[in-house]
Design a protein around this ligand. Structure first.
Ligand SMILES: *Cc1c(COP(=O)(O)O)cnc(C)c1O
Length: 417
């Protein structure tokens, strides 16, 4: 029997001796919870993205919760966002007691369609939560202009977007400056920088930053780090309902090492993405990602549309049989049972949607993207040989699941352009 080829994973985080010894240093230091390493990681992260303030937390989900609380989102409010995102985006809105109002995406960037935002705004709208999906910056210029004009707060779900850049007033700036009230990042292993789990909030607003610091640590008036070093006895108080959303010093020490790897990781991902796009041009009907002229993605994920008439699951299974892992395109929250049952599931705003949950005319591009796109393996230690295997497996899978006319080239499958 021939050896089954090694399966190429969808991703593999880049961690090594540097991260291991950083964790060891903290474990042996006598202070393992949020402390000096978290403070150092926050400074280094803020410097990297160009933010005035950065506050570390336990995940991007908890970062989003605090960001929404920070900008004043309350029960009964509405927050305009996308359904086509990891479920945590919409979940964070619900944690505050507010309701997510979903708008559709632009098919080729997988990002919120700024033209549709205004129609979703009602007198109850408090904020817009925009997403830089799989690292591709969304149209922050237009969105922040709408937020300003309609007197709404703006929060960025930048979970995937560490290292991504946007052209702002003629200058390339990092996502996270931030260009809104708050930007929220994730350090889950699927993102470019990982601490196992973890998150970060960046803002220019010192008061917001202070609020995040209070809320992440139980609403405690004097943090344990300060009491620990004090020469006099201090009794803390709890003036607000807070949470335990802390990052540990072990995680932060790992994150500091990960930040050092980031420039190299970005360079390799750009090369791999460009090579994928060149190779995939040979497969008729496949649509590769499009980067607007004003955006530079970090290529957190490389997501393509399959040709028309080719089954998503069949292609993914054929590729897996050939030793290549893929993932289905990004999910749609409104199609999940936790959302579909809600009366507001397909959004609100002007004229509630009467469609059955999970088949929404207004979220058509979102649903199509979920059904027609797949994510290909992309990570630092990928090789060109791996990439060739991925492309060959995709070509074979596409050909075997549909007899395609040979010649025509990308740009077919044009219905979604
Ligand atoms: C990963 C991700 C999150 C959640 O991040 P966690 O750190 O795992 O909580 C939120 N939003 C988007 C768009 C994501 O990709």
């Amino acid at each position: 029997m021939p050896d089954r080829p090694r399966t190429i994973p969808i991703l593999r985080p880049t961690t090594g001796e540097e991260e291991a010894s950083a964790a060891r240093r903290v474990i042996l230091s006598g202070w393992v919870t949020q402390g000096p390493e978290v403070a150092a990681f926050e400074r280094e992260f803020a410097d990297y993205v160009g933010a005035l303030h950065a506050c570390a937390v336990s995940s991007c989900t908890t970062a989003l919760h605090l960001a929404l609380l920070g900008v004043g989102v309350q029960p009964g409010d509405e927050v305009v966002t996308v359904s086509h995102s990891f479920v945590a985006t919409a979940n964070a809105i619900r944690y505050t007691g507010a309701v997510p109002v979903f708008v559709d995406i632009e098919p080729r960037t997988f990002n919120i369609d700024p033209q549709l935002i205004e129609r979703a705004i009602t007198p109850r709208t408090r904020a817009i939560l925009c997403v830089h999906q799989i690292g591709m910056p969304c149209h922050l210029g237009t969105i922040s202009e709408i937020a300003r004009r309609r007197n709404l707060r703006l929060v960025e779900d930048a979970a995937c977007a560490i290292g991504s850049e946007i052209l702002h007033q003629g200058k390339w700036e990092k996502i996270g400056l931030p260009h809104s009230d708050v930007a929220c990042f994730s350090f889950h292993p699927r993102k470019l920088v990982t601490t196992g789990d973890g998150g970060m909030l960046t803002t220019r607003d010192a008061q917001l930053d202070a609020k995040f610091r209070l809320l992440r640590q139980h609403g405690m008036s004097v943090p344990d780090t300060v009491r620990h070093g004090a020469a006099t006895v201090i009794f803390e108080s709890y003036d607000e309902l807070g949470y335990n959303y802390r990052m540990s010093d072990i995680q932060a020490a790992v994150g500091r090492e990960q930040l050092k790897r980031l420039p190299g990781a970005l360079e390799r991902r750009h090369q791999f993405a460009a090579r994928y796009s060149a190779l995939l041009a040979q497969i008729p009907g496949v649509l590769v990602p499009e980067q607007p002229t004003w955006a530079r993605t970090n290529w957190q994920s490389y997501c393509i549309y399959l040709p028309e008439g080719v089954g998503q699951r069949a292609v993914m299974q054929a590729m897996l049989d050939a030793g290549v892992s893929t993932r289905r395109g990004i999910m749609c929250a409104h199609r999940e049972p936790a959302y579909a049952r809600q009366p507001w599931s397909c959004g609100s705003g002007e004229g509630r949607c009467a469609c059955p949950g999970g088949n929404c005319e207004r979220l058509r591009n979102s649903e199509r993207a979920q059904e027609r796109s797949i994510v290909l393996p992309l990570y630092d230690r990928l090789t060109e040989e791996d990439q060739d295997r991925v492309v060959a497996a995709l070509r074979d899978a596409v050909m075997s699941t549909r007899n395609l006319p040979a010649a025509k080239h990308a740009g077919g499958g044009s219905e979604i352009v």
